[in-house]
Design a binder for this molecule. Sequence first.
Ligand code: TMP
Length: 210
Amino acid sequence: MSLFITFEGVEGSGKTTQIERLKRYLTRRGIPCKVTREPGGSSIGEKIRKILLNPDHRGMVPLSELLLYEAARAQHVKELVGPLLQRGAVVLCDRFTDASLAYQGYGRQLDRGLIRRLNRLASQRVRPDITFLLDCPSDLGLKRALRRNRLLKNEKEGRFEREKIQFHHRVRRGYLAIAKENPRRVKVIDTRVGEEKVFEKIRKIVDELL
Ligand code: TMP
């Protein structure tokens, strides 16, 4: 049985940690899984990621940004996610179509109908079975993301982290609206309860699915 699980949330919501934990948990249970991310997940996608996240690219207009995310997605789905799911694999993906709607739709305020159409085109209608929306107040997440970047990657800040706080508030509101529209698929988890409790919630839901 294939299973496509995606993780979403504002900057610094702790997706990467939870994905790693879930991977370890599934592996221990004898369920192999593939971890991937957007933008990225393929060699072309990773190159597109570099263009998208480069803080020097201040002049990138929202439409180019959207099309690059969708281009990376088209490549990722065709090359990796689609074939894996066809083979019955479990795929854990750090961000997917909801991110374009939240960031480019709500954050950048591009036409959401257009984004939905491009999402359908690029994902070839591959849809997550379940999406964990790791929710936290945008200012808290942003603080965590900036600290992490400085500590781990020795980077200052990325193109998105540099955005005004209002942008991040809109992204969060967007994610919560998406969750409201898709209550069966999108599970909202408040990350303020701490890493351990967040994982317990994720584990329970995944156990029920398996
Ligand atoms: P990450 O840092 O969580 O890997 O995500 C990279 C950045 O790209 C993050 O700031 C969110 C943003 N993003 C979009 O704006 N639109 C998208 O469609 C995706 C997948 C990510």
